[in-house]
Ligand binder design. Structure first.
Ligand code: SF4
Length: 374
């Protein structure tokens, strides 16, 4: 457990969910498979869930440390409202310890080590509306560790017809998973490798809970899911591992869950490894398609691996350049050549439903948050 240099002020503390009191003033957080037992004045492994006075508090609540308007393709989601913008936020902390983290400046920081703005849930939704975003993404660090904030934002978002997206490592325990995803429309889950050796050594976590989250999302929820596998030279790039990963996806999730193979860039504790050669991504994508997966993408590189093709007649359906959608040839979510229905969310049903009501616009927001530089 980590000691807190400074305890949060009373007015900015938000009592957490998913915890129980233990003898001696400790608390047990059961949000994620780490099951931290946290002493008075300490925080859990993730830094942002802290015991104060025998109660667990969420230090990330209403304190995002990163805010940005991104293309939805950057999450990456290629089958969810393509070509739209997504209001994206993240906090300090993380419940994994990935040596290759590209957001380590916030994910490896305590709440009091980052510059965070105070933004209550309703204001996040208003900011998304102000910036023309039909969706809000919880991203940059692991969002389930600030699940209380995610839920409150998502509830406010639904009232306004705004969609919500999780970009998650999938390392979440059952109860919190259930409570959070009830409010979520789409998710990209990282499947960082397909060996527990990699998970234990390079992410300081375990593979099995991630697989359980993926299977649960696909079979028990209506959340639209896509997956990302970051390929790191020498650590998880063996063709046999890619084949095993694809076999698992086919057997447990089916062929229609989009899979993004993305390129590693040296960062954080893995600066001594080279970036992923494009050929490695091409080979992984070819393997996955050959094995029967229908929608396989290459990310963090330029090329044809970003486009969507019909798995039946091979017609080009969505033409992309990096994160831009240049052409979308889908007709009502179907291939224009053979008529095959392409799985995904192609129309903003939630926004259309809200459009029939009168949106609650917050006039008092004008003038606030001007310094966010979004
Ligand atoms: S969410 Fe944080 S405090 Fe809770 S069990 Fe996981 S790492 Fe520990």
């Amino acid at each position: 457990m980590h000691g807190l240099e400074t305890l949060p002020k009373a007015e900015s503390r938000h009592e957490a969910r998913w915890w129980e009191a233990m003898p001696g003033g400790k608390v047990h957080c059961y949000l994620c498979p780490r099951h931290c037992h946290i002493g008075e004045g300490q925080a859990g492994f993730c830094f942002i869930r802290a015991n104060h006075g025998g109660k667990l508090y969420s230090l990330g609540y209403a304190h995002p440390a990163a805010l940005q308007v991104d293309p939805i393709e950057k999450k990456p989601l290629n089958h969810f409202l393509p070509g739209t913008r997504v209001f994206s936020l993240g906090t300090a902390g993380c419940n994994m310890g990935c040596f290759f983290c590209q957001n380590w400046d916030i994910s490896k920081s305590r709440a009091d080590q980052v510059r965070a703005n105070y933004i209550p849930p309703e204001d996040v939704v208003q900011l998304a509306i102000r910036h023309g975003c039909p969706s809000i993404a919880f991203t940059y660090n692991e969002p389930t560790i600030w699940g209380e904030y995610v839920i409150d934002i998502s509830q406010a978002a639904r009232e306004q017809g705004i969609n919500t997206v999780m970009v998650s490592n999938g390392y979440t325990a059952r109860e919190a998973r259930h409570d959070i995803y009830e409010h979520i429309d789409a998710a990209n889950i990282d499947l960082k490798a397909f060996t527990d050796h990699f998970y234990a050594r390079v992410t300081l976590s375990h593979l099995q809970p991630v697989l359980e989250t993926l299977e649960w999302l696909k079979k028990e929820t209506g959340v639209w899911i896509e997956m990302t596998n970051l390929i790191i030279p020498t650590l998880n790039d063996a063709p046999a591992e890619t084949r095993a990963l694809c076999e698992w996806v086919l057997e447990h999730l089916g062929p229609d869950v989009p899979l993004h193979f993305t390129a590693f860039h040296p960062d954080f504790k893995l600066r001594d490894l080279p970036g992923t050669p494009p050929e490695t991504l091409h080979a992984a994508r070819a393997t996955a398609l050959q094995m029967g997966l229908h929608y396989v993408y290459e990310g963090n590189i330029r090329g044809n691996g970003a486009h969507t093709y019909c798995p039946s007649c091979k017609t080009l359906l969505v033409l992309r350049s990096w994160h831009d959608v240049q052409q979308n040839y889908l007709q009502n979510g179907c291939c224009p050549t053979c008529g095959l229905a392409i799985p995904g969310r192609w129309t903003n049903v939630r926004g259309q439903a809200a459009g029939k009501r009168s949106l609650k616009k917050d006039a008092t927001l004008a003038g606030r948050y001007e310094d966010l530089n979004l």
